[in-house]
Design a binder for this molecule. Structure first.
Ligand SMILES: Cc1cc2nc3c(=O)[nH]c(=O)nc-3n(C[C@H](O)[C@H](O)[C@H](O)COP(=O)(O)OP(=O)(O)OC[C@H]3O[C@@H](n4cnc5c(N)ncnc54)[C@H](O)[C@@H]3O)c2cc1C
Length: 596
């Protein structure tokens, strides 16, 4: 038997995780290392759409749109608990606007396209032609074809009908939590490796050094795990917008590899808006429109209570971890909302939080005035000059993470002389459920919640919330045997984290099964409480206490961790966390509990 090959994947974003899973399917050993946490980069800072990318058609990216639509259709089936179809409403001002501009852009004349864009945006003919092609490229998957409608119809977004008298309706999909999707890719990869008896490790919050002979040194972990060394057969650099920085840090031959900049990132900001009439005006549609300057803007339902607005597209060359939404971007996005929904009167105080990330776009000599035109295709770059097999992934979308992983794994394995033994094309995520399997998971969670003391009136919402995050894995939240303190007066009823309707024992599952190591990991990327409208210091304290009970957070550091978490939410996301939630603890509709 030849010795098992081992591949180190740097970066546990959606692409690194998908590549790790794909490699595990071919029976090689995989070690994933992230300097921070799983999905701590662009994956968490995206618009959260699984879409073909309608506007890429104008740039002639037919292949990318086709690939994205195929993947969209696949992910809705294989990760149904997380990826859900979303109807879109695309308002248009006139009939013919944008026709010449689109034609000029298609043949690569961006300057002419901007000159011809005119005062009005794309008209119904231009949009209709684009959507007809979109339907054609998605053909055969059973998705509804687009249609054109007059504005003001009941049950549709209540957008200014004077400015936008018509609209196109089409369908795409939404992934509310790419963070959880990424975690599940790794959970799946671990079970694939366990079944095959191959090595699989995920090392988060660790630094990496690569020696001249290709020995990878992985630093110790925050929970006391010591450093270790491995001599992998290949390294895949999947660190997104950090690709160049990672190369500079790990490659012992800076002359060849680092001289060439691979990433030309742009920063994009989003607002999470809490405004009941704006949410109602969306009528459960996503709105895809043009801002006053012609840039694309999305106004999306984000669970039953919130609205996600994005995004900006500004060249950015600093450390991606330092990118923040600035006041100019917040004003710009609010102005885009006001243009579409003038009567909703959405203001700065309605912004619950914002977030900002850097797109890992290829460093093309594109037009800096129009970064939206830089390709969203991904490239796999082999570094021939490195003394050991090394590849970098450049670009990509959430939507194409699986196909990107498939081609990356095939290339790397081919080079190592390892046959491709399996692909993820028809492989569901561990929590995948819809229809009857979803109903069964809901019923079981409801029963377990009631058994744990949750009132029958509240149990259904708790179950919805749990299944919305964990799919068919949700019932195991109640089997962890660890909850928050039972001190009288502070213990949440039914073992629930106060105000947010999730069992505190979920913390134990995330630590034991999902590599959560810090309070921030749990709040921002496992339990998704950072977005919850009822997040409070009390809720954070419950999570911290559970983290301490499972032995990950020393008891004497609980208070300090809570302070640091509250401060980070304010600094990074502009989120002000109150002491406690107002209103009854058993509100029947949690932020993400109900289906749209
Ligand atoms: C504003 C915005 C909106 C977007 N909207 C969409 C959308 O709606 N739909 C869509 O399909 N795509 C969208 N995208 C694109 C998509 O989010 C990204 O292409 C994708 O998330 C990239 O994933 P990744 O794994 O390559 O990188 P990342 O998610 O950035 O992950 C990189 C990881 O590498 C780690 N890392 C960094 N340096 C090191 C190191 N030296 N060693 C180890 N680890 C390291 C980081 O901590 C991070 O976890 C959007 C992107 C942005 C920024």
């Amino acid at each position: 038997m030849p010795a098992e090959k081992t591949i180190v994947v740097l970066g546990a974003g959606i692409n690194g995780a998908a590549v790790a899973r794909e490699l595990a399917l071919s029976g090689v050993g995989v070690i994933v290392v992230d300097g921070s946490d799983i999905a701590a980069g662009a994956t968490a800072w995206s618009t959260r759409l699984i879409h073909g990318g309608l506007r890429y058609l104008e740039y002639g990216e037919i292949g990318l749109v086709r690939e994205s639509l195929v993947e969209r259709n696949r992910l809705v089936r294989l990760a149904a608990h997380l990826v859900r179809p979303l109807p879109f409403y695309l308002p248009v001002e006139g009939r013919w606007g944008g026709m010449w501009a689109a034609a000029a852009r298609l043949v690569g004349c961006e300057g002419l396209a901007r000159a011809w864009r005119g005062r009005r945006g794309r008209g119904s003919w231009t949009v209709g032609m684009g959507l007809a092609l979109y339907d054609l490229l998605a053909a055969g998957a059973g998705w509804p074809r687009h249609s054109m409608v007059r504005a003001g119809r009941a049950g549709m977004p209540q957008i200014d009908a004077i400015v936008f008298p018509r609209a196109a309706i089409y369908a795409d999909a939404q992934l509310l939590f790419p963070e959880r999707f990424t975690v599940e890719l790794l959970v799946d990869a671990r079970s694939i490796a366990a079944a095959a008896g191959t090595r699989f490790e995920v090392c988060t919050h660790r630094q990496v050094q690569v020696g001249r002979d290709g020995t990878v040194t992985i630093s110790g972990s925050p929970d006391g795990g010591g450093p270790f060394e491995v001599r992998p057969d290949a390294v895949v650099n999947a660190t997104g917008a950090w690709v160049d920085r990672t190369l500079a840090a790990v490659c012992p031959d800076p002359a060849g590899t680092v001289g060439r900049r691979l990433i030309g990132g742009t920063k994009g900001s989003h607002l999470v808006v809490r405004h009941a009439s704006l949410r109602a005006a969306l009528a459960d549609y996503g709105v895809y429109a043009e801002a006053a300057d012609g840039r694309p803007v999305f106004v999306l339902p984000f669970g039953p209570k919130l609205v996600l607005v994005g995004t900006t597209d500004i060249p950015f060359s600093g450390d991606p971890a330092e990118a923040r939404a600035d006041e100019g971007e917040i004003d710009y996005l609010l102005a885009a909302v006001a243009r579409l929904f003038p009567t909703a009167a959405v203001g700065r105080d309605d912004v619950q939080q914002h977030y900002c990330g850097v797109r890992p776009l290829p460093n093309e000599a594109g037009d800096p005035q129009l970064p939206a035109g830089v390709t969203r295709r991904h490239l796999l770059v082999r570094h021939d000059e490195a003394p050991w097999p090394l590849w970098s992934i450049v670009g990509g979308k959430l939507t194409t993470c699986r196909s990107l992983a498939e081609t990356t794994a095939a290339t790397v394995l081919g080079r190592l002389g390892v046959p491709v033994r399996g692909t993820s094309r028809e492989r569901p995520l561990p929590g995948n459920c819809s229809g009857a399997s979803r109903d069964a998971a809901l019923r079981e969670c409801c029963r377990l919640a009631e058994e744990a003391g949750v009132s029958p009136g509240r149990a259904a919402a708790v179950a919805e919330h749990a299944v919305g995050l964990f799919g068919t894995r949700a019932p195991s939240l109640w089997q962890q045997g660890v909850g928050p303190s039972s001190a009288p007066g502070t213990a949440p009823r039914g073992g629930l984290i106060r105000g947010v309707g999730l069992p505190a024992a979920a913390v134990a599952l995330c630590v034991r099964d999902e590599w959560a190591a810090t309070l921030d990991d749990l709040i921002e990327r496992r339990l998704m409480l950072s977005f919850h409208d009822r997040l409070s210091r009390e809720a954070i304290a419950d999570v911290a206490e559970s983290l301490s009970l499972v032995g990950t957070l020393p008891r004497d550091r609980v208070a300090e961790a809570i302070e640091a978490c509250v401060a980070r939410l304010q600094e990074r996301y502009g989120r002000i966390v109150p002491e406690s939630t107002t209103g009854p603890d058993d509100a029947d509709k949690t932020t993400f509990g109900s289906q749209r």
